[in-house]
Design a protein around this ligand. Structure first.
Ligand code: HEM
Length: 244
Protein backbone atom coordinates (compact mmCIF):
# COMPACT_ATOMS: atom_id res chain seq x y z
CA UNK A 1 0.00 0.00 0.00
CA UNK A 2 1.29 3.45 -0.76
CA UNK A 3 0.22 6.77 0.72
CA UNK A 4 0.16 10.13 -1.02
CA UNK A 5 2.69 12.91 -0.64
CA UNK A 6 3.19 16.33 -2.19
CA UNK A 7 6.30 17.10 -4.26
CA UNK A 8 7.36 20.55 -5.46
CA UNK A 9 7.51 19.98 -9.20
CA UNK A 10 7.27 23.31 -10.97
CA UNK A 11 9.36 26.25 -9.72
CA UNK A 12 7.91 29.75 -10.16
CA UNK A 13 10.19 30.83 -13.08
CA UNK A 14 9.06 27.77 -15.09
CA UNK A 15 5.39 28.40 -14.32
CA UNK A 16 5.74 32.03 -15.41
CA UNK A 17 7.62 30.99 -18.57
CA UNK A 18 5.05 28.29 -19.40
CA UNK A 19 1.92 30.42 -19.19
CA UNK A 20 3.45 33.47 -20.94
CA UNK A 21 4.72 31.10 -23.65
CA UNK A 22 1.33 29.36 -23.97
CA UNK A 23 -0.49 32.68 -24.30
CA UNK A 24 2.18 33.92 -26.72
CA UNK A 25 1.96 30.85 -28.96
CA UNK A 26 -1.85 30.90 -29.02
CA UNK A 27 -1.73 34.63 -29.96
CA UNK A 28 0.83 33.83 -32.65
CA UNK A 29 -1.37 31.08 -34.08
CA UNK A 30 -4.44 33.36 -34.24
CA UNK A 31 -2.61 36.41 -35.65
CA UNK A 32 -0.53 34.20 -37.97
CA UNK A 33 -3.69 32.57 -39.34
CA UNK A 34 -5.09 36.04 -40.10
CA UNK A 35 -1.84 37.13 -41.82
CA UNK A 36 -1.81 33.94 -43.92
CA UNK A 37 -5.56 33.89 -44.74
CA UNK A 38 -6.66 37.56 -44.51
CA UNK A 39 -9.86 37.03 -46.51
CA UNK A 40 -11.10 34.20 -44.32
CA UNK A 41 -9.92 35.32 -40.84
CA UNK A 42 -10.44 38.86 -39.50
CA UNK A 43 -10.52 38.15 -35.79
CA UNK A 44 -7.97 40.90 -34.88
CA UNK A 45 -9.47 43.60 -37.12
CA UNK A 46 -7.14 45.02 -39.74
CA UNK A 47 -4.27 43.18 -41.43
CA UNK A 48 -1.85 45.76 -39.99
CA UNK A 49 -3.05 45.07 -36.44
CA UNK A 50 -2.58 41.33 -36.99
CA UNK A 51 1.04 41.92 -38.06
CA UNK A 52 1.75 44.17 -35.06
CA UNK A 53 0.21 41.68 -32.62
CA UNK A 54 2.15 38.83 -34.30
CA UNK A 55 5.48 40.69 -34.02
CA UNK A 56 4.99 41.63 -30.34
CA UNK A 57 3.86 38.09 -29.37
CA UNK A 58 6.82 36.64 -31.31
CA UNK A 59 9.34 38.82 -29.48
CA UNK A 60 7.79 37.91 -26.10
CA UNK A 61 8.03 34.17 -26.93
CA UNK A 62 11.68 34.72 -28.01
CA UNK A 63 12.61 36.52 -24.78
CA UNK A 64 10.90 33.86 -22.68
CA UNK A 65 12.62 31.07 -24.60
CA UNK A 66 15.92 32.62 -23.44
CA UNK A 67 14.47 32.86 -19.89
CA UNK A 68 13.55 29.13 -19.97
CA UNK A 69 17.02 28.19 -21.25
CA UNK A 70 18.96 30.37 -18.78
CA UNK A 71 16.88 29.10 -15.85
CA UNK A 72 17.23 25.36 -16.61
CA UNK A 73 20.80 25.47 -17.93
CA UNK A 74 22.51 28.10 -15.79
CA UNK A 75 20.44 28.52 -12.63
CA UNK A 76 19.38 24.89 -12.06
CA UNK A 77 21.85 23.05 -14.31
CA UNK A 78 19.18 20.39 -14.90
CA UNK A 79 18.14 20.92 -18.52
CA UNK A 80 19.77 17.73 -19.88
CA UNK A 81 18.57 15.47 -17.03
CA UNK A 82 14.99 16.70 -17.31
CA UNK A 83 14.58 16.96 -21.07
CA UNK A 84 16.86 14.34 -22.65
CA UNK A 85 15.56 10.73 -22.67
CA UNK A 86 17.98 8.24 -21.07
CA UNK A 87 18.71 4.65 -22.18
CA UNK A 88 15.92 3.19 -20.06
CA UNK A 89 13.43 5.71 -21.51
CA UNK A 90 14.39 4.76 -25.08
CA UNK A 91 14.56 0.97 -24.53
CA UNK A 92 11.38 0.47 -22.49
CA UNK A 93 9.92 3.70 -21.16
CA UNK A 94 8.45 5.12 -24.37
CA UNK A 95 6.64 1.84 -25.27
CA UNK A 96 5.42 1.41 -21.68
CA UNK A 97 4.03 4.96 -21.61
CA UNK A 98 2.48 4.60 -25.08
CA UNK A 99 0.71 1.40 -23.96
CA UNK A 100 -0.59 3.30 -20.95
CA UNK A 101 -1.97 6.19 -23.05
CA UNK A 102 -3.50 3.87 -25.69
CA UNK A 103 -4.89 1.03 -23.49
CA UNK A 104 -4.20 0.93 -19.74
CA UNK A 105 -5.56 4.43 -19.10
CA UNK A 106 -8.96 3.39 -20.50
CA UNK A 107 -9.27 0.37 -18.20
CA UNK A 108 -8.36 2.43 -15.13
CA UNK A 109 -4.74 1.26 -14.62
CA UNK A 110 -2.44 3.84 -12.94
CA UNK A 111 0.31 5.57 -14.94
CA UNK A 112 3.60 3.59 -14.88
CA UNK A 113 5.46 6.85 -14.25
CA UNK A 114 5.77 8.89 -11.04
CA UNK A 115 6.98 12.44 -11.38
CA UNK A 116 9.88 13.79 -9.32
CA UNK A 117 11.51 17.24 -9.43
CA UNK A 118 14.65 15.98 -11.19
CA UNK A 119 12.78 13.48 -13.38
CA UNK A 120 9.41 15.10 -13.88
CA UNK A 121 8.57 13.98 -17.43
CA UNK A 122 7.52 10.52 -18.50
CA UNK A 123 9.52 9.19 -21.50
CA UNK A 124 6.90 10.32 -24.03
CA UNK A 125 6.78 13.80 -22.55
CA UNK A 126 10.59 13.93 -22.67
CA UNK A 127 10.62 12.97 -26.35
CA UNK A 128 7.86 15.45 -27.26
CA UNK A 129 9.21 18.34 -25.17
CA UNK A 130 12.72 17.72 -26.52
CA UNK A 131 11.50 18.20 -30.10
CA UNK A 132 9.28 21.15 -29.19
CA UNK A 133 11.71 23.08 -26.98
CA UNK A 134 15.00 22.29 -28.74
CA UNK A 135 13.74 22.36 -32.33
CA UNK A 136 10.28 23.74 -33.06
CA UNK A 137 10.16 26.80 -30.77
CA UNK A 138 13.76 27.93 -31.53
CA UNK A 139 13.15 27.41 -35.27
CA UNK A 140 9.86 29.32 -35.33
CA UNK A 141 11.50 32.15 -33.36
CA UNK A 142 14.57 32.26 -35.62
CA UNK A 143 12.62 32.17 -38.89
CA UNK A 144 10.17 34.73 -37.46
CA UNK A 145 13.00 37.13 -36.62
CA UNK A 146 14.43 36.68 -40.12
CA UNK A 147 11.00 37.38 -41.63
CA UNK A 148 10.99 40.76 -39.86
CA UNK A 149 13.54 41.54 -42.58
CA UNK A 150 15.77 43.81 -40.51
CA UNK A 151 18.79 45.10 -42.44
CA UNK A 152 21.65 43.50 -40.45
CA UNK A 153 20.04 40.05 -40.88
CA UNK A 154 19.48 40.25 -44.66
CA UNK A 155 22.72 38.40 -45.31
CA UNK A 156 21.38 35.48 -43.24
CA UNK A 157 18.19 35.41 -45.34
CA UNK A 158 20.26 35.17 -48.52
CA UNK A 159 22.51 32.49 -47.01
CA UNK A 160 19.50 30.34 -46.09
CA UNK A 161 18.02 30.37 -49.59
CA UNK A 162 15.85 33.49 -49.69
CA UNK A 163 12.72 34.78 -48.03
CA UNK A 164 10.39 32.19 -49.65
CA UNK A 165 12.27 29.28 -48.10
CA UNK A 166 12.25 30.94 -44.70
CA UNK A 167 8.56 31.80 -44.99
CA UNK A 168 7.67 28.19 -45.92
CA UNK A 169 9.76 26.82 -43.06
CA UNK A 170 8.16 29.28 -40.61
CA UNK A 171 4.67 28.21 -41.73
CA UNK A 172 5.43 24.46 -41.53
CA UNK A 173 6.99 24.73 -38.07
CA UNK A 174 4.04 26.85 -36.89
CA UNK A 175 1.64 24.12 -38.17
CA UNK A 176 3.62 21.50 -36.20
CA UNK A 177 3.34 23.62 -33.05
CA UNK A 178 -0.39 23.96 -33.65
CA UNK A 179 -0.69 20.16 -33.89
CA UNK A 180 1.47 19.73 -30.75
CA UNK A 181 -0.78 22.11 -28.81
CA UNK A 182 -3.87 19.91 -29.24
CA UNK A 183 -2.07 16.69 -28.28
CA UNK A 184 -0.34 18.46 -25.39
CA UNK A 185 -3.54 19.85 -23.87
CA UNK A 186 -5.35 16.50 -24.34
CA UNK A 187 -2.52 14.47 -22.73
CA UNK A 188 -2.33 17.02 -19.90
CA UNK A 189 -5.89 16.02 -18.93
CA UNK A 190 -4.98 12.32 -18.50
CA UNK A 191 -3.85 12.56 -14.88
CA UNK A 192 -5.60 10.93 -11.90
CA UNK A 193 -8.24 13.67 -12.41
CA UNK A 194 -8.54 15.89 -15.51
CA UNK A 195 -6.94 18.81 -13.64
CA UNK A 196 -4.26 16.81 -11.76
CA UNK A 197 -1.43 17.85 -14.14
CA UNK A 198 -2.66 21.44 -14.34
CA UNK A 199 -2.35 22.01 -10.58
CA UNK A 200 1.49 21.80 -10.45
CA UNK A 201 1.72 24.08 -13.49
CA UNK A 202 -0.37 26.63 -11.52
CA UNK A 203 0.57 26.08 -7.86
CA UNK A 204 3.90 24.22 -8.17
CA UNK A 205 2.97 21.11 -6.13
CA UNK A 206 1.86 17.67 -7.33
CA UNK A 207 0.31 14.85 -5.32
CA UNK A 208 2.17 11.57 -5.99
CA UNK A 209 2.23 8.02 -4.61
CA UNK A 210 4.59 7.65 -1.64
CA UNK A 211 6.08 4.19 -2.25
CA UNK A 212 7.25 2.45 0.91
CA UNK A 213 10.80 2.97 2.19
CA UNK A 214 11.75 -0.73 1.88
CA UNK A 215 11.25 -0.63 -1.86
CA UNK A 216 13.38 2.50 -2.09
CA UNK A 217 16.28 0.82 -0.32
CA UNK A 218 15.94 -2.33 -2.46
CA UNK A 219 16.00 -0.35 -5.68
CA UNK A 220 18.94 1.69 -4.46
CA UNK A 221 21.00 -1.36 -3.48
CA UNK A 222 20.31 -3.11 -6.78
CA UNK A 223 21.77 -0.03 -8.47
CA UNK A 224 18.68 0.58 -10.59
CA UNK A 225 18.75 3.74 -12.68
CA UNK A 226 16.97 6.61 -10.92
CA UNK A 227 14.15 7.16 -13.34
CA UNK A 228 10.64 8.34 -12.58
CA UNK A 229 9.58 4.68 -12.47
CA UNK A 230 11.22 4.20 -9.05
CA UNK A 231 11.19 7.23 -6.81
CA UNK A 232 14.12 6.96 -4.37
CA UNK A 233 14.64 10.48 -3.09
CA UNK A 234 13.13 12.88 -0.57
CA UNK A 235 11.87 16.27 -1.62
CA UNK A 236 10.79 19.48 0.09
CA UNK A 237 7.70 19.13 2.24
CA UNK A 238 4.48 20.82 1.28
CA UNK A 239 3.60 23.15 4.19
CA UNK A 240 0.10 21.65 4.46
CA UNK A 241 1.13 18.00 3.84
CA UNK A 242 4.22 17.14 5.90
CA UNK A 243 5.69 13.76 4.99
CA UNK A 244 5.55 11.04 7.61
C1 HEM B 1 -3.32 26.57 -23.77
C2 HEM B 1 -2.16 26.05 -23.89
C3 HEM B 1 -1.45 25.12 -22.94
C4 HEM B 1 -1.89 24.40 -21.86
C5 HEM B 1 -3.30 24.36 -21.29
C6 HEM B 1 -0.76 23.67 -21.33
C7 HEM B 1 -0.78 22.84 -20.24
C8 HEM B 1 0.34 22.27 -19.65
C9 HEM B 1 0.35 21.48 -18.45
C10 HEM B 1 -0.89 21.14 -17.64
C11 HEM B 1 1.61 21.09 -18.20
C12 HEM B 1 2.11 20.23 -17.02
C13 HEM B 1 1.93 18.78 -17.33
C14 HEM B 1 2.85 18.30 -18.40
O1 HEM B 1 4.09 18.41 -18.25
O2 HEM B 1 2.33 17.80 -19.41
C15 HEM B 1 2.44 21.63 -19.24
C16 HEM B 1 3.82 21.49 -19.33
C17 HEM B 1 4.57 21.91 -20.39
N1 HEM B 1 4.11 22.58 -21.51
FE1 HEM B 1 2.25 23.26 -21.80
N2 HEM B 1 0.33 23.96 -22.11
C18 HEM B 1 -0.05 24.83 -23.09
C19 HEM B 1 0.75 25.34 -24.09
C20 HEM B 1 2.06 25.00 -24.30
C21 HEM B 1 2.85 25.44 -25.41
C22 HEM B 1 2.35 26.35 -26.52
C23 HEM B 1 4.09 24.89 -25.26
C24 HEM B 1 5.30 25.00 -26.14
C25 HEM B 1 5.31 25.46 -27.33
C26 HEM B 1 4.07 24.10 -24.05
C27 HEM B 1 5.14 23.39 -23.58
C28 HEM B 1 5.18 22.77 -22.36
C29 HEM B 1 6.38 22.22 -21.77
C30 HEM B 1 7.78 22.20 -22.40
C31 HEM B 1 6.01 21.72 -20.53
C32 HEM B 1 6.94 21.14 -19.48
C33 HEM B 1 7.51 22.35 -18.72
C34 HEM B 1 8.56 22.01 -17.67
O3 HEM B 1 8.16 21.48 -16.61
O4 HEM B 1 9.75 22.24 -17.91
N3 HEM B 1 2.83 24.19 -23.49
N4 HEM B 1 1.64 22.34 -20.12
Amino acid sequence: MSAKKMVYLQPIPIRIWHWVNALGIVTLIISGAQIRFPEAITILGSYKTAIQVHNVAGLIVAVFLAWWLVYYKMVRNSLDDIYIPNEEDIKHGIVRQLLYYCFWYFVGRPSPFHAMPDSKFNPMQKAAYLVVMFMLVPLVVLTGILLMNVTPLRVLILMSGGIKIIDTLHFLVACSLFAFLFTHVYLATLGATPLAYFKPMIFGWEEVEDHDEEHHEEAHQEGEPQTGFRPVRHYPEHPAHPQA
